[in-house]
Design a protein around this ligand. Structure first.
Ligand SMILES: Nc1ncnc2c1ncn2[C@@H]1O[C@H](COP(=O)(O)OP(=O)(O)O)[C@@H](O)[C@H]1O
Ligand SMILES: [Mg+2]
Length: 338
């Protein structure tokens, strides 16, 4: 695994007064009539604010169903929020004419499963060239071929295999194709939705390292989503922990991992293998049961039904995401690092 990059942020926010490349404010998304909702409204994302600064990696973790993919789709403009907005360098994504073309070009996505996100009937050349075509970035076929070759080399694939089809590549290689496609338009931001979850454990680290490398050589800002805390840790400057459509905790990676403030983060950490010696002695916290349904999230703090610290107040009053030392947590009883 690559070493954690130097943090570019302090206090959970950029140390400089720079404008974030991407900002999400008050994002909400509710699905109606989904297959699993039994007619109810699924509150997939229920009020998320975040900022992404140039050249940083923001990790987002949370259990399956907590709204990560819905958030990812809103962050790239594939899905329109019901409330709130996403801005790119201060400009709103959604205008009357849809997402402006240059914003689409600058904000790209890498999907979870390269097998379903790459068209099996297209050659790797055509897959990687598609955004070049859509955004008219290559003057002719030859320039396009050269550029595709360059992009494949950048992600560690032999360019002489560009005329092959996705099924002729391994899982890890296919995800590299997806990454090359995302890089084609020279984006400022790539939102990666569980980009290694579908890969074998042995390949995951290689692809995570590729992201770390691309980040430091290209300076692209990444939102790196995973359900596995360990995966996010090594690439992220800051980490946000999602629970049932909201952020429970957010801050510099070292703080969130080293001194988690929210009971949910502690539970997630204690369920994962812990490399930190100072945490090793802690007793394991087991989360009882599955997360509640996003059709009917619990009142008050949405984590209170599974929380060993919960009091009456937690069932009644929803805690806001507030500063706790160097980071932010939405808990009435957030723990300060000593
Ligand atoms: N297109 C959709 N229609 C209806 N419900 C959806 C849709 N997409 C996601 N959901 C529901 O929204 C919730 C959040 O899903 P998702 O964003 O995929 O979470 P995650 O990526 O964290 O697993 C889940 O309950 C899921 O079933
Ligand atoms: Mg998902």
């Amino acid at each position: 695994m690559a070493p954690s990059p130097e943090p570019t942020t302090a206090g959970g926010r950029a140390a400089t007064a720079a404008e974030p490349v991407l900002r999400a404010s008050g994002l909400h998304k509710t699905y109606h009539g989904g297959m699993l909702s039994r007619g109810g409204a699924v509150r997939a994302v229920a009020g998320v604010d975040l900022e992404l600064y140039a050249g940083e990696t923001l990790g987002i973790v949370g259990e399956s169903g907590c709204g990560k993919s819905t958030l990812a789709r809103m962050l790239v403009g594939l899905e329109r929020p019901d409330q709130g907005e996403v801005t790119f360098r201060g400009r709103p994504f959604f205008t009357r004419g849809g997402v402006p073309r240059d914003i689409r070009r600058r904000v790209q996505m890498v999907f979870q499963d390269p097998l379903t996100s790459l068209n099996p009937r297209m050659t790797v050349h055509d897959i990687v060239a598609e955004p070049l075509r859509v955004h008219r970035l290559s003057p002719n076929a030859r320039a396009m071929r050269d550029r595709v070759g360059e992009l494949l080399t950048l992600v560690g694939l032999p360019p002489d295999r560009m005329n092959r089809f996705p099924h002729e590549f391994s899982g890890g290689q296919r995800q590299r194709v997806g990454i090359a496609r995302a890089l084609a338009t020279e984006p400022d931001v790539i939102v990666c939705d569980e980009p290694v979850s579908a890969l074998d454990m042995s390949v995951q680290a290689q692809v995570v390292n590729l992201f770390a490398e691309l980040q430091s050589t290209l300076g692209v800002a990444l939102v790196f989503i995973a359900h596995d805390l360990a995966v996010v840790r090594h690439v992220s400057h800051r980490v946000g922990v999602m629970y049932l459509g909201k952020l429970a905790e957010m801050g510099p990676a070292a703080e969130v991992y080293g001194a988690p403030a929210h009971p949910y983060t502690m539970a997630l950490m204690s369920a994962a293998p812990v490399p930190k010696p100072q945490l090793r002695g802690r007793s394991r916290i087991m989360l009882a049961g599955d997360p509640p349904s996003p059709v009917a999230p619990p009142p008050g703090c949405r984590f209170h039904t599974r929380c060993w610290k919960a009091t009456e107040r937690c069932a009644e009053v929803e805690p806001a995401l507030e500063a706790v030392g160097d980071h932010f947590a939405a808990c009435h009883y957030a723990e300060r690092a000593s």
